[in-house]
Design a protein around this ligand. Structure first.
Ligand code: CO
Length: 136
């Protein structure tokens, strides 16, 4: 499994509007899109930096994965996403190597991408997301 890009670094925040505005004023970067992913209980904004994105994530409620993360850790880096060409193959390879998968099969994330999470116990306490972008 060879990721070809760091697709995004996700930062959990309480207030998405405020985080976008602060990012804009500090770094002059505009979000390229903003999307509610109801299934995951988050609203996200994607800000392009070079060939990768910063993903600002705000929970839709306290009883969501990001809501619980904020309660436990406060705002900060939530996960790192690697772009892969074939997510199903990548998941099989990782599993064969003993990785602890949060998602055994991909689900749909923002941008219509197929995504899956790998448990932080697998590598250095870092939640890793695999992303397969929709093919043109
Ligand atoms: Co993500």
């Amino acid at each position: 499994m060879n990721p070809y890009n760091v697709d995004h670094v996700a930062i959990a925040v309480h207030d998405l509007d405020e985080a976008i505005e602060r990012h804009r004023s500090l770094f002059g970067a505009e979000p390229q899109w903003r999307e509610l992913v109801a299934e995951q209980g988050v609203e996200e904004a994607m800000i392009a930096i070079g060939g990768s994105y910063i993903q600002l994530l705000a929970p839709t409620g306290q009883d969501t994965p990001v809501g619980k993360f904020l309660e436990r850790h406060g705002e900060g880096i939530h996960h790192i996403a690697y772009a892969v060409t074939n997510i199903e193959e990548a998941l099989i390879e990782l599993k064969n190597q003993g990785a602890h998968l949060v998602d055994e099969t991909p689900r749909t994330g923002g941008r219509g991408a197929k995504i899956a999470f790998v448990h932080p116990a697998t590598f250095a306490g870092t939640l890793v997301e695999l992303v397969e972008l929709p093919h043109e």
